[in-house]
Design a protein around this ligand. Sequence first.
Ligand SMILES: [Zn+2]
Length: 283
Amino acid sequence: MSEIKIHIFHIGKVCVAPELPFGGEHCSALKASGVLDRKSKRLWLPVSAYLIECAHGNVLFDCGWHRDMSPHGVFERRAQIRSLGSLPLYFTNQVVVESSAAIDEQLAARGVAPVDWDAVLLSHLDCDHANGLKLVADAKKILVSKDELRFAENGSPVNRIRYNADWWRGTKMQTFDWNGLIGSAGRSYDVFGDGMLVMVNIPGHSKGLCALRITGEDGRLRRQRLREKIMGADAALRHRRRPRGAEKVARVDQGTESGAELRCVHRQPRFRCQTGRDYIIKE
Ligand SMILES: [Zn+2]
């Protein structure tokens, strides 16, 4: 009997305007940036990444922040402007990555060495998901949807601020084409061809944004816990009839599960991920 084990990391925290996670799909970039609002309105929210230990090895879902955002484990303005590559992006996101909280540091603490990083799957290319990619660049495989990379590099004024190719430039990141029809958008990618890990396109917040569907054979109770407490699932997927067995839709962008719209990134304050815990799906 094999297991799928899911470990949740918090890779530091980010200070954002409430409109960024909860402003809805049609909230303007200016409003979402929070530059027009008082700082006291802002929220500190954790940023998450996931380690999935399964028959295909150690698979990471997103990376969180690079250590260079917070070289000394505290808020560091200059470092963040340099790492993000733009002042407006810095005004939108102020970050603290506490000591030992970067993704490679947390993996090392669990005894997962670079040689054991089998794959990195990127939900999308926003800074809080891809800024830390170079910390895990030794992974055997790094994947993002072709739609997402095209979107990130489409040259629009907003995206020129929103994305910084330096986060992935020089890595072995590859793109994938959709090879399945799962999800409300009818576009998915079965990562290993056996249905265990399927990237499900949930466009809106970004064009190539993906949830990750994790499927085993058992562990319904744990699936429920995951679905309700850890990851926001796309509504259309959540309410769809599921085949038997443990199946989970992991949205990185916290969404409808906690009452927010399907927009961005950051966790709602009352929504408590239980980091440091393992969730196990028996197979
Ligand atoms: Zn995002």
